[in-house]
Design a protein around this ligand. Structure first.
Ligand code: DOR
Length: 442
């Protein structure tokens, strides 16, 4: 299959391209990129006009999602999660191992990959567990997980339990070139906490989680990454002290990278009370922090300390969320709201350029996880996201593709969205709301 995408603005930090280019896709790969490719020079190619104002970038990669299959299919399945991914502009997702059973062996990894092949939408890159059953005691068979197709290891949902386990995880994962992704949290400080320890949690009578719970483990892991020389990635960073630690680690040459979620650079713990007090759709782990933390995350995005934006897409069924705040599970869905939030809160106000947006959502996740995408270099997989920067987007929870609708952004009006998503040269999602996007399905 040959397709010639004509007339878009190509933004690809990996190759340094930013400008009008035509993109020829052949047999699932990028064949050629040039300022003007005449159809006569691409015999047999279907010409696909990019809608006016459309940005063509390397397919977005969400390096932190929960697909819930196997075991929690009432929340999400690989099929529904990857449908949500492509609707959100993601051509690939890395999925966390806290399924039931935990992805701590090749059998579970193979099962996920089979489900992903059946769904045939976004690419799925499983992340294996650090420890057997994520119980924090015995290392999982990391070589087996790597061979089965895992791209990193993590006990996400829980921190890597001890410094010794983290040290061994870094040593083993490092041998296979995989990072260890840690959900940084000190369980003794988190205790029974359900919200950020601060004014708003106190006012509502909710038990608090101090920033120190995250910061301590980020510090510990940076020290261990330094000791072992292996790569450590901070999952869903939320606290300003953690960012300082990452800055310090990077300045000392430690292989540390980090991600932030849209909810942590958009919302603060004020959302615990306003507009709806005790809304369980603002309960996530780590919790929404204070304005100073949110602003630090913005600063880290702007100055380059933060490497990636990842959603921590954490679907939970409405029946599980419709309970008292204390009892609700942590997490919100994020795949279909990330791009509009990034455009509306980061790009349009002038905090970051489009190039930096693509770096955070594609180039860097591919680099950290060593994935084949993240670039539109000739010969790379033809995974493309076509963005519509000025598209008005009204978030409607009920209309999300995800099986779960647990978002605090229901009813938000944002500017900037996705026109189409192309995986291996094949269009897997077209947004009907974009004028001219139907041609992208051809
Ligand atoms: O809010 C969260 N939800 N944080 C996590 O670390 C886990 C996730 C989940 O699996 O629901």
């Amino acid at each position: 299959m040959k397709r010639l995408f004509k007339g878009g603005r190509v933004v690809d930090p990996a190759t340094g391209r930013d400008g009008r280019f035509d993109v020829l896709v052949e047999d699932g790969r990028i064949g050629r990129i040039a300022t003007d490719i005449a159809p006569a020079d691409a015999p047999g190619a279907t010409v696909v006009p990019v809608p006016a104002g459309g940005i063509v970038c390397p397919g977005l990669i969400d390096m932190h999602v929960h697909l819930r299959e196997p075991g929690q299919e009432h929340k999400e399945t690989v099929a529904s999660g990857t449908a949500a991914a492509v609707a959100g502009g993601f051509t690939a997702v890395a999925c966390m191992p806290n399924t039931t059973p935990i992805n701590d062996n090749a059998g579970v990894t193979a099962y996920m990959l089979r489900k992903a092949a059946e769904a045939n939408l976004a690419r799925v890159y499983p992340i294996g567990a650090v420890s057997k059953g994520s119980a924090g005691e015995e290392l999982a068979d990391i070589g087996e997980l790597h061979e089965a197709g895992c791209v990193a290891i993590s006990d996400d949902g829980k921190p890597v339990a001890t410094a010794l386990l983290m040290r061994r995880a870094l040593e083993y994962a490092g041998m296979f070139g995989m990072p260890v992704i840690d959900h940084c949290e000190d369980p003794s400080l988190k205790g029974e906490g359900v919200a950020h320890e601060g004014y708003h949690a106190s006012a509502l009578g909710l038990r608090g989680i101090p920033n120190a719970s995250e910061e301590i483990v980020v510090h510990r892991d940076i020290v261990l990454a330094g000791l072992t020389g292996a790569a450590f990635h901070v999952a869903h960073m939320s606290a300003r002290g953690s960012l300082d630690a990452v800055r310090y680690g990077k300045s000392r040459g430690v292989k540390v990278t980090c991600e932030v979620t849209p909810h942590h650079f958009v919302l603060t713990d004020e959302a615990l009370r306003d507009p709806v007090p005790y809304d369980t759709n603002v309960k996530m782990n780590p919790p929404l922090c204070e304005a100073a933390d949110r602003d630090a995350m913005l600063q880290g995005i702007v100055d380059g300390t933060i490497d990636a934006i990842a959603t921590d897409h954490a679907p939970h069924h409405a029946d599980e969320k419709r309970v008292e705040f204390d009892r609700a599970p942590f997490g919100i869905v994020g795949l279909e709201t990330a791009v509009p939030l990034v455009f509306d809160r980061l790009v349009h106000p002038g905090h970051i350029t489009l190039r930096r947006m693509v770096e955070l959502l594609s180039t860097n996740p591919a680099r950290i996880l060593r994935l084949p995408g993240g670039t539109l270099a000739e010969g790379a997989p033809a995974d493309l996201t076509i963005l519509a920067p000025d598209l008005p987007v009204a978030i409607e929870a009920a209309r999300l593709r995800s099986k779960s609708k647990n978002t605090p952004f229901d009813g938000w009006q944002l500017r900037g969205g996705v026109a189409a998503t192309i995986v291996g040269g094949r269009t897997v999602y077209v947004n009907d709301a974009v004028a001219g996007a139907d041609a992208l399905g051809a």
